[in-house]
Design a protein around this ligand. Sequence first.
Ligand SMILES: *Cc1c(COP(=O)(O)O)cnc(C)c1O
Length: 389
Amino acid sequence: MFPVVLPTYARADLAFERGEGAYLYATDGRRYLDFGSGVAVTALGHCHPRLVTALQEQAARLWHCSNLYRVPGQERVAARLVENTFADTAFFCNSGAEAMECAIKMVRKYHYEAGRPERFRVICATGAFHGRTLATIAAGGQEKHLKGFSPAMDGFDHVPYGNLNALRDAIGPATAAILVEPVQGEGGIVTGDPDYLRRLRATADEFGLLLVFDEVQTGMGRTGRLFAHQHAGVAPDVMAVAKGLGGGFPVGACLATETAAAGMTAGTHGSTFGGNPLAMAAAETVLDVMLAPEFLPRVEAIAAVLRARLDEVAARFPDKIEAVRGLGLMLGIKPRRPNTELIAALQANGLLTIGAGDNVVRFLPPLIIDESHVDEAVGILSRTLADLS
Ligand SMILES: *Cc1c(COP(=O)(O)O)cnc(C)c1O
């Protein structure tokens, strides 16, 4: 019989029934240390008490009313995001791909309104990931995501990530924008050099292009700043956010400057569910927790501890680990054997991690971890590597 759930995922044979902080409890009673966070989503861990309360209270008041009416939660969340970023405005949606769709539409509309409708192409990076819709698989440009879904949507050119000369060479009369992830996530934890990001800003300004950052994975404190580009001291014109924004509740946002967003007037874009009161209660609470003055400095501190400990492990097992890399709590280790083997062995020993491109094993723990969680994860990793022949 054909699977009742469309089999588009290669799922592990493991199901969870409860989560608490950095731990997940499987249906067979086993406890797992969750260093994947559902792919960088549960940034405050599982069932954070403030999120549970906020959602319970909102659930008893109002879930949904549509964007035909004002949604006060959107106004509050947008104001917090605007206060703490380059942006002047935010559009709310339900996922990372949708946040990217809004960004791509905004880029086209910006040039259209300026009388340059011929400028619609976006220069993207090889190894990128921007989602699984038709537009975002074209933006990602990965053969494995595009195969069988031709024709690919037109309007995306790809150059090697980190190579400014190649990018400048790709700029033509139809170029509208530059789009990159400050740290490539699915591509294998490839960190954009701060100087590269600054030069992208300068290049965008030189040619009248918009600069778009996809911070769906890197954003919401993941790298130790609210957004990863803040490490480099550059600002984009448009930014896609999702994953950690709702702490596990599906919510995305496209942030932009007033100039970039000016063409997105009533009727140009929309979403039935986007930014509903439940989603906004989650996002507002996540922001309340993350913007408390001690939160992000703690993330940077614990990230430095985890990084140092992973570097130590790599130095002890040079025959098994080729590299450790990343930024903040977005770390990757590159084993010499297939990453799938190590991920499965770690899982068998009670530690959840996530694969990525370039044979990387991603460590994306919740941002609330302390040294005891680092000790436990590094202990499991060391034992697993020692046992791995
Ligand atoms: C996960 C991800 C997306 C897509 O988000 P979805 O919520 O799965 O649509 C887009 N860009 C980046 C960088 C991501 O990591």
